[in-house]
Design a protein around this ligand. Structure first.
Ligand SMILES: [Zn+2]
Length: 58
């Protein structure tokens, strides 16, 4: 199953998380952004509600 469009991981519900676990893992492995509200990580900022780039943190 593919997501219709990029939706913030922060806003996924339980069934979406279960369906998209492989994507979630891939995003976490290559994460370059962290959500400063929820503490989630992703490779693309579209997946986070309050993304902060790693460069802004270091
Ligand atoms: Zn968030």
């Amino acid at each position: 199953m593919k997501p219709k469009k990029k939706k913030a991981i922060c806003k996924w519900d339980r069934s979406e998380i279960e369906d998209l676990l492989p994507l979630l893992l891939a995003e976490a492995h290559s994460a370059k952004y962290v959500c400063k509200k929820c503490g989630r990580t992703a490779a693309e900022k579209a997946y986070l509600c309050k993304p902060v780039a790693d460069k802004e943190i270091k």
